[in-house]
Design a protein around this ligand. Sequence first.
Ligand code: ADP
Ligand code: MG
Length: 583
Amino acid sequence: MSKIYGIDLGTTNSCISVLKDGKPYTIPVDGNGIVPSVVSLDGSNLLVGRKAWNRAAAFPEQSIRSVKRLMGTTEKLKLGNKDYDPEDISAMILRYLCDEALRIEGHEVEKVVITVPAYFSDAQRRATMEAGKRAGLTVERIINEPTAAALFYDHVLASDGEPESKNSAEALPKEASQYALVYDLGGGTFDVSVLHMGEIIEVLASTGDTHLGGDDFDKRIVRHLLHEIKEKEKVDLEDYVPALARLNAVAERAKISLSEKASVRVEETRIPTPKGKSCTVSMEFSREEFEAMTEDFVDRTVASVEKAMEEAKLSPDKIGKVLLVGGMTRMPAIAARLEQIFGGARMPVVDPDLSVSNGASIQGGIISGENCEQILVDVTPHTLSLESLTYDYEQLECSPIIPRNTQIPVTRARTFATVSHHQRIAELKVYQGESRFPADNTLIGETYLELAPAEAHCPILVEYSYDLTGIVHLVAEQKGYSRKTEIRIDSRNPQLFSSQGLQEIEDGADDEDEEAEEQAIAINFVTQRARNLISKMQDGEKKNALAEALARYEKALVDDDSLVDEIEDELLALIEEEALEEE
Ligand code: ADP
Ligand code: MG
């Protein structure tokens, strides 16, 4: 079996690793293996990586960087006189990594594991898969970056013993050694995950911010430089792209220096201006000043850390290790801030730049059977829900089917019910997001189920599956009437589930008033129906029986999936009985 390579396709930098004699090894593409995720066109010559990065400062309009921020969108990117999808640009970076790996190592790269931020949506994961395909690669798996980092850490631990640590864990309770927090601050994204590290690595919670990273820290320095230039040189460069590109590069250098030094002097004499002349800027920044001007960003990451801890139902003293990932974590203020929160937790020194791709190569090894010691458990990054009517039929809401942070692969089914007699169709809208309100979430796919004529409250079983690459499958079934529909959701091409069929059915329907038609396409969550009935029922045996069945049903949904079907049948029978009586 050919080797499966691990690729960290980062916003700012990408890396490619592979297992050599069971150990992860980063292929030294562009010298040290840290390859800028930049492409640039020089005449007809396409440059990728370090060379493209060098050129991008002088020719930003012929270069593309941070394409990862656009993954999952349909935005077009111009390079020369051609338009590209974000997937095409990512494919160029992947192709470059693989071509260079072949040149350096002498082996063709065919199969890969690619990492994405844990917070990436389904559309963003799909786009990443597509980029791999367009690069001519077989993408064996998409995994979360923090999970990959933890896999690498686990490997280091298994082969070399405990790595050096910044502080001691002596004060921690014993169980804490089982829990780790991965804090990943890169160039464009922030991710935080809480992991249980036992015989298997289990992701208990992951959250983050897809629009927070080192680029934002750079922009704060740029803002000061622009202000200074405006004051001293009387020229406003705020919208002048060539100047901004230069200033961004200058700011990033200053920021990196401040990780080592207490202060830095910025001297730049070749800043282009729109009038063709260049201007100068000279400024001193202290580490303290830089920390003060970026404190709100660090605060935002800390808020996410707290949210992840809350989701994992753990307090900081339960965390044994804090893993720092991403180039930005070299900023001393970040480790200092985390030390304040996690007190005695260890911060083992694992390479913040290479741990993700190295971890991905370990996952590659696990898949190809090279290294089977670690099993990875991943989670869904967002809640997947179905739009349904609220119990009072007043409005539409999202009823969760697979909650956020459920281990994947996962299949979950829930029963809904039709709301009207001889309802012709059930409209099925799949949403991703944490809100109760459809308008605040993202619609990632929709279809409908054509129904056989039946009484109102006829059960409709809706099943979602979420696979290891983060792709969603939906199966809906009208129970007892063998009517079924199935879709594979491509959230980036919603027209695939065009509502044409739906339109035809509606057009062909008998004249119904608007309200009836609206009801005819909606369904309603079983638990909500039960709750609604209970609220209207007189106290007595029947009400108690229904309430008791509902309580058992809700408990089973959380605790024991194997009991759900049976209790659900019981609950539906009680609902049906009561609803008939009501009519
Ligand atoms: P990504 O995962 O988004 O590709 P990386 O993990 O490679 O990003 O991190 C890139 C970011 O880290 C950039 O913003 C870069 O400026 C920053 N960075 C790299 N080295 C340092 C350093 N020594 N101090 C502070 N920031 C750094
Ligand atoms: Mg990264």
